[in-house]
Each structure stands twice: as structure tokens, then as C-alpha cells.
Design a protein around this ligand. Structure first.
Ligand code: GSH
Length: 198
């Protein structure tokens, strides 16, 4: 298996999973020019990171697709509930919500020029990010899904690392901070995060 990654990008969640699952995988860091090449577009239509190549050579693009696919290696259901578990639907909802709504709001915050008038786009994106944070804060348990830490919490952690106003976002949201701290404290996560600066 092979992962096309970029430091500090959406490949972080995949790297965390690979580390937690103890899977051997070649990690490749294409340059910006390589990501624009026809060869790369053939495996990732928009030239985006992450892209995963399975052992039989099939490319999988979109972080959510890669996360869900890698769960087949999670035989102990340590990273997500089993599909027949009552909380599996909640897991799917939350990780999809993060991968679509929160991820896209953060992209708009960081690349407002792609979407319109920069100040307006950024302000709206930040407001949308905080709506999602409020939804997290309103959940009844300490984790996104039931009483179990899942890769959905890890996905939230990744997105939070991109929030330039993290302390402000944590203010009045103790659960959001607790989920972040809990993921951040795991040795596997620390190992992956520390190599993002290499
Ligand atoms: N929906 C995609 C978003 C991926 C994405 O936007 N990746 C960024 C890095 S975090 C990227 O490759 N950006 C390059 C570009 O948009 O040109 C996913 O979840 O994989």
C-alpha cells in the first residue's frame, strides 16, 4: 500500500490510522508540480491529497473514503464501532459531517480567494466552523460517538489543528478542548504529528 501525503494536510488522518493499525505503507510526498501532472490527476481528479493506493494498485481518493476503507483492518473495532453496533450510524454521520461540512468550511477559511470576496468568505467560514463546534459541544458524551473514542475524534483533531483561532474556539467549549487533548496525548498521534515538520 502507498499513501500520497503532504505535511499538515488531510493525509494526517490516514497517517494516524496507519500508525494505530500498525500497517506498513510507503508514504510519498509529491511536489505541487507533481500534483498537477496528468499522472497524479489520474489517481486524484482534482490533484488533491490524500490519495491511497491499495495493495492491488487501486487508487482511493477522498479522506473519508480512505478512512472507511482502512477500517477493514480494524478487526478489534478499536477505531470505530462494528457495522452492526447500534452506534455505527452515529459514527458514519459524524465522520461524514466533519469530512464535508467542517473540512470545507476550513478550506474556505484558508483559501477565501477561491470562493469570493476574501473577508466575507473568511467570516462566514469561521462562523460555520463554530456552528459545528457548538454541535460537538452539545453532544451528551465525552466523545463524538457514544462512550467510545473513534477515528471520528481523530478526524476532528486533524481539522482543529488547522484552526488559526484555536484558543478562541476552545473558549466556552470544554468538550471540544477535551477531545482535542485526548487525541493529542496518544503516542501514535504524537509520533505522526512530530514528523509533519520533517
Ligand atoms: N474532500 C477532500 C479534500 C482534500 C483537500 O482539499 N486536500 C488539500 C490538502 S488539505 C489539497 O490537496 N489541496 C490542494 C488543492 O486544492 O489544490 C478530502 O477529504 O480528501
Amino acid at each position: 500500500m502507498k499513501l500520497y501525503a503532504k505535511h499538515g494536510a488531510g493525509s494526517l488522518i490516514v497517517e494516524i490510522m496507519l500508525e494505530e493499525l500498525g500497517l506498513n505503507c510507503d508514504i510519498i510526498y509529491p511536489t505541487d508540480d507533481e500534483r498537477k501532472s496528468p499522472d497524479f490527476r489520474a489517481i486524484s481528479p482534482y490533484g488533491r491529497i490524500p490519495v491511497f493506493i491499495t495493495d492491488d494498485g487501486k487508487p482511493v481518493f477522498e479522506s473519508l473514503a480512505i478512512v472507511l476503507m482502512l477500517l477493514k483492518h480494524d478487526s478489534k473495532h478499536a477505531l470505530a464501532p462494528a457495522p452492526d453496533d447500534p452506534s455505527y450510524a452515529q459514527f458514519l454521520s459524524w465522520i461524514t459531517y466533519l469530512a464535508t461540512t467542517l473540512y470545507s468550511a476550513i478550506l474556505r477559511f484558508h483559501y477565501p480567494d477561491r470562493y469570493g470576496e476574501e473577508d466575507v468568505v473568511r467570516a462566514l467560514a469561521l462562523a460555520e466552523m463554530r456552528v459545528v463546534y457548538d454541535h460537538v459541544e452539545a453532544l451528551p458524551s465525552d466523545y463524538l460517538v457514544g462512550g467510545q473514542a473513534t477515528v471520528a475524534d481523530d478526524y476532528l483533531f486533524m481539522l482543529l489543528t488547522w484552526d488559526e483561532h484555536l484558543e478562541e474556539s476552545f473558549a466556552g467549549r470544554p468538550k471540544l478542548r477535551a477531545i482535542y487533548d485526548s487525541v493529542d496525548s496518544r503516542p501514535a498521534v504524537q509520533k505522526v504529528v512530530s514528523r509533519q515538520d520533517d
